[in-house]
Design a binder for this molecule. Sequence first.
Ligand SMILES: Cc1ncc(COP(=O)(O)O)c(C=O)c1O
Length: 382
Amino acid sequence: MKKVYLDSAATTQVRPEVISKMQDALASCYGNPSSSHGFGRTAKTAIEKARKTIAKYLNAHPSEIIFTSGGTEADNMILRCSVRDLGIETLITSKIEHHAVLHTAEALAREYGIELLFVDLDGNGNPDLAHLESLLKRDDSKKMVSLMHVNNEIGNILDILAVGKLCLEHNALFHSDTVQSIGHFPWDVQKTNAHFLTAAAHKFHGPKGVGFAYIKRNTGLQPLIFGGSQERGFRAGTEPYHNIVGLEEAFIAAYDHLEEESDYVLELKRYFIEKLTKAIPDVAFNGLSGDLEGGTYTLVNVRLPFDSEKALLLLFHLDLKGIACSKGSACQSGSDLGSHVLAEILSPEDLEKPSLRFSFSKYNTKEELDYVVEVLKEYGSN
Ligand SMILES: Cc1ncc(COP(=O)(O)O)c(C=O)c1O
């Protein structure tokens, strides 16, 4: 059966060069990076090289890169340690953050009694920066802002420079969940004014179970996980050497081919929107995902004009046809909960219609997209 993978915002296909790098690492470099003998030192040296590589591409200092098990851990670590160690009293975020941020923020509000404020969103899901400024000005409490750079469901891109500037002006800490952004967009941490960023290798053709937190120097965070002295004592636990070198390989490939690969993926998105709109004229695009400039090039979130009976079996039907896409974000698959992001921005009537997220990668082709459009058209007209 034909198989089409259009769920790269959930996770990506691993690059072959990353797989071979990881295989070599697993087979030949099995020393514990904390051991002082040659086996350990080889692994340790490679981990430090990976840290330097990442720092170089982000224009950060290597000590600002902390390897984690992925985006969720990095988001949790940053928010929790900031509240615990830096005296944050007010956390300002939005209702369309990934649950790694949203659920952590809610837990922190319960556990530490901090105030949780949500910035207003416009109809497309863009934060109202004038409202953000009014929240920042509201009182003298110590504040932190957590707003994601690229939304994983609707693809909106935050004006991160403007938010960073506002945080700087109002002396607030700034965390941005950049899990859908690092590896897909150029980065220079010196320009963003963000104190904290997060990344996950599996979103840019690397392995699962590894990512990193960027933590600006001298922010004063203390460890979340205690144990050995790995990651300079900041994040204990024997490092997954093979994962870290896999992350490095994926990161280098992502940035060395960024222009040609992002142009290719953007063209796929343009083509898909054009074809789908021709085939199903009443189709709509949620958030800024239909916008070739305002939204990320990596995904579209499509609202189909199908009745509720058809909506029910749509994802199942696509799966039977070998097509992988997502209803909202991957964390919701397997549960009946709808998307909390779409619930914030769509009318009750539009929420009734089936919305699907198709997310693209360099491994997709226009022929695959033709097939998906054909399957959707046929399903809608039967
Ligand atoms: C925006 C965003 N933040 C955080 C995460 C969680 O990252 P991980 O799967 O590496 O824990 C994801 C993954 O879906 C994401 O899209």
